[in-house]
Design a protein around this ligand. Structure first.
Ligand code: ZN
Length: 485
């Protein structure tokens, strides 16, 4: 049997199963019980919040024999029996020619839409009520909107319209004022996570609670997105889904790695920032995913601190702001990794040293370490930056090895006194360029070691060289001042 997506399987079968929209299901249950249904509904809300599912439940209920019996005998219906899903009308609903569904965002022609709408004037073939479910109704052509308007104003007998939209402001007021409006809320994480856990139990999968919470958060209020994410993890996992599985399957960075980056920024430790970000890149996580996760994590930290009575968030806000701006720059850029790296590096030089109280989960905080790779990156970025305008420095940098990086002092070792001397003569040029590249003052200390093994550029990995080339491209494409402001 073909695999059926969780989103299809998880679709509500009765009003009682409509998750997170109780204000709507309660009101509809009362209206159905008392036979006060409207002939035109406008279902408004972001994607995946249950608009189409509700429209289907309502169309089904309008035709359900059991619902009609209850209505005529004056018996109040429970949400669990709307619709009954047992009578002929319910069982044949999915193939009913009297239920017309289409998505206005799809490429249907104007003629096609007009033809579909014109069938509203024909009596239903089998059903009590002929129903039209139109998704993304704000995308309809002017002509189609006019046809619908006419149909709603003077409705033919036994016809009902369900118009769904994610953008209410684009729906003409003439339509809005003639429909009963149902406003769908974003579904809270606290509702989505338990639902996912329940669904997983039904599927015989051990979904970890932190994994369910992570998916619920990612879904941003959309049950459809939550089920799609769970589906992806379910496809990859074997009877068990942990937080690590979720992170790996969906290409997300772990909270621990995010806390390492944040701690390194707060401690103004460039090397630690560089190594934490590099580690994330190496595990295949995209720069924009890291940036978005960082923003969310920082916002969570703010809420935690707020709960502890903290009032000053200026520095955290500044980091959030800078990272948020960088996501805009990354969009469409060929070098998102470098943009993120540079954004974080600039932050390191611009914020005062701060320590954040540990998170409630007591995530490990990165210890500052001497990172020679970061020092090499600064030095070779500086060398390329200079070499572009001053060919005479090329010969010098080729002969230097970066051997230590302590505080802001970068140690270079040369094999010969002559080369060391030549570097000293050009020292101020290097210092100025390094300050540009690193965004803060860098001092150079020079050592001569006659036994030094062969030089240096070979030390750089292929990807570091590529990154370097990318970084230089930005410098050439833009005004260097802009990058360092
Ligand atoms: Zn029924």
């Amino acid at each position: 049997m073909a695999y059926e997506a969780l989103y299809t399987r998880g679709r509500p079968k009765t009003l009682s199963q409509l998750v997170g929209q109780e204000h709507i299901s309660n009101a509809l249950a009362r209206a159905i019980s008392s036979g006060r249904l409207s002939h035109a509904y406008l279902l408004v809300g972001t994607r995946g919040t249950g608009k189409t599912s509700t429209a289907r439940l309502l169309s089904k209920a309008m035709n359900c024999d059991a619902v009609h019996e209850a209505q005529s005998s004056g018996r109040e219906l429970d949400k669990r029996e709307i619709p009954c899903n047992k009578c002929d009308a319910c069982r044949n609903f999915d193939s009913s020619p009297d239920n017309v569904e289409f998505d206005a965002a799809s490429n249907r022609s104007v003629e096609d839409v007009t033809r579909l709408l014109s069938t509203a004037y024909l009596a239903p073939l089998r059903a009590r009520v002929k129903t039209f479910i139109i998704d993304e109704v704000h995308m309809l052509s002017f002509e189609a909107v006019n046809s619908i308007l006419k149909l709603i104003e003077e409705p033919p007998p036994n016809v009902a319209f369900f118009l769904a939209t994610t953008e209410i402001n684009k729906v003409p007021m003439t339509i809005r004022s003639r429909c009963q409006v149902l406003n769908f809320r974003l579904i809270p994480q606290q509702t989505i996570a338990p639902y996912l856990l329940k669904l997983a139990r039904r599927l015989n999968v051990a979904l970890h609670e932190d994994a369910a919470k992570k998916i619920a958060r990612l879904a941003e209020g959309s049950m459809r997105d939550a089920l799609t994410y769970l589906d992806q993890c379910y496809a990859m996992a074997d009877k068990e889904i942990s937080l690590d599985d979720v992170n790996e399957t969906l290409g997300l960075i772990s909270d621990e790695s995010l806390d390492e980056i944040i701690a390194a920024i707060m401690a103004r430790d460039r090397s630690a920032v560089a190594s934490a970000v590099t580690a994330a890149f190496q595990s295949g996580i995209a720069a924009n995913a890291i940036a978005e996760a960082l923003i969310t994590r920082l916002r969570d930290r703010e809420f935690e601190l707020l709960a502890r009575g903290e009032k000053n968030f200026a520095e955290l806000d500044r980091i959030i702001d800078a990272v948020r701006k960088s996501t805009g720059e990354m969009y469409g850029s060929g070098i998102p990794d470098i943009i993120l790296e540079m954004t974080l590096m600039k932050l390191v030089s611009s914020i005062p040293t701060l320590t954040l109280p540990p998170t409630t989960q007591a995530a490990p905080i990165a210890q500052p370490t001497v990172n020679l790779d970061a020092a090499k990156k600064i030095f070779y970025d500086t060398a390329s930056f200079l070499g572009d305008t001053d060919a005479s420095v090329d010969g010098i940098t080729d002969k230097a090895a970066v051997t230590n990086f302590s505080g802001d002092t970068l140690t270079l070792t040369f094999k010969s006194d002559a080369m060391a001397g030549l570097f000293q003569k050009n020292l101020s040029k290097f210092e100025q360029a390094a300050a540009q590249v690193a965004g803060r003052a860098i001092k150079f200390s020079v050592v001569v070691d006659k036994n030094m093994p062969a030089p240096v550029l070979q030390n750089l990995s292929e990807s570091a060289r590529n990154n370097l080339a990318g970084a230089m491209d930005i410098f050439h494409a833009n005004d260097a001042d802009k990058i360092n402001d």
